[in-house]
Design a protein around this ligand. Structure first.
Ligand code: CA
Ligand code: CA
Length: 315
């Protein structure tokens, strides 16, 4: 009697499950549709991450790096949510499985097709999830490289090291906020016009135009300043310039000057450092700038300025 009763209960349960699978509020088809939606969302997250990876590879500014890190974190949160959604659907599907198995074993085509389709949908969603997480990791690696580039100790720093711009790829353009290293760490900064107004719209470009009087590559400085950090205070430095128009900026140890031609600062003391211009400096010419005295910080820039061979004075 007990056995028979149990049989009815089991049978009733089967009917109930069968009802819910094909007709109830949560059907296998609902699960299938939900899995499809989850997979599509994961795919769009992965696309967003692919875009993020490209941007991370080109990141040069701390602000951008932090923004990209925040975006990556947002995408990670979304992936966790989608993972939770996926597991939830998997659990609902798991409840249906015994009945689908039974119906499939009984030779019914539709439950078998559903069973296989749902298993496939889950596997595909997991594949996509794995690809998206891998992409998120790739963003992370690209950001690690960006930070290493940003904070690299200046290449070749040390005695006898000059900024020659020769190792920098020809045509590279740097904007305000960019940092690059060639012997010194060089930060691109806003420029102040003769009027006193400032601009952050300028750039510096690696060229080979032989306008500064050095050799190989030189830097064309167009309405930006360059902050030069040799990693230690200097006893002075010399640099070669070509100055073909507009005004110039120099700031030595925090002492800022805005002037027309290098000759204007010849013989002056700026930030406790003696300035001389032994060659050129009259505007529209090549020349040499010499700074003698302890330099802790140095910023220099112009409008149509070319720089090469920025060399610390040794000894
Ligand atoms: Ca050079
Ligand atoms: Ca000038």
């Amino acid at each position: 009697m007990r056995k028979r009763f149990l049989g009815w209960v089991v049978m009733g349960a089967f009917v109930g499950v069968a009802m819910s699978i094909f007709m109830g509020p949560v059907t296998a088809q609902t699960v299938q549709a939900e899995l499809k939606r989850i997979a599509q969302e994961i795919y769009s997250v992965e696309e967003g991450l692919a875009d993020l990876e490209l941007r991370a590879e080109g990141a040069t500014v701390p602000k951008t790096i932090l923004e990209l890190e925040q975006k990556n974190l947002d995408y990670e949160h979304r992936l966790w949510e989608l993972t939770a959604n996926l597991i939830e659907q998997e659990e609902i599907f798991f409840e249906m499985k015994p009945e689908l198995f039974r119906l499939a074993a009984a030779g019914e085509a539709k439950p078998l097709a559903l069973l296989i389709a749902l298993e496939k949908a889950i596997a595909q969603a997991k594949d996509r999830l794995a690809a998206a997480w891998k992409r998120s990791a790739a963003v992370e690696w690209a950001l690690v490289s960006a930070k290493q580039r940003l904070f690299a100790s200046p290449a070749g720093a040390g005695p006898g090291c000059c900024v020659k711009f020769d190792p920098l790829p020809l045509g590279t353009v740097y904007h305000v906020g960019d940092v690059f290293a060639d012997c010194a760490r060089i930060t691109v900064l806003p420029f102040t016009w003769a009027s006193g107004g400032t601009t952050s719209a300028g750039y510096a470009r690696v060229v080979a135009s032989a306008k500064a009087g050095g050799s190989g590559h030189e830097l064309a400085v167009n309405n930006v300043n360059l902050g030069l950090d040799f990693g230690q205070p200097l006893k002075g430095l010399t640099l070669k310039f070509g100055e073909y128009g507009g005004n110039l900026n120099i700031e030595v140890n925090g002492d800022f000057r805005n002037f027309e031609n290098f000759k204007d600062i010849d013989g002056k003391t700026i930030g406790g450092v003696h300035v001389s211009v032994p060659v050129g400096g009259y505007g529209n010419d090549k020349g040499v700038l010499k700074l003698e005295g302890e330099i802790d910080t140095l910023v220099i820039g112009g409008q149509e300025l070319f720089l090469d061979d920025i060399c610390p004075i040794e000894g």
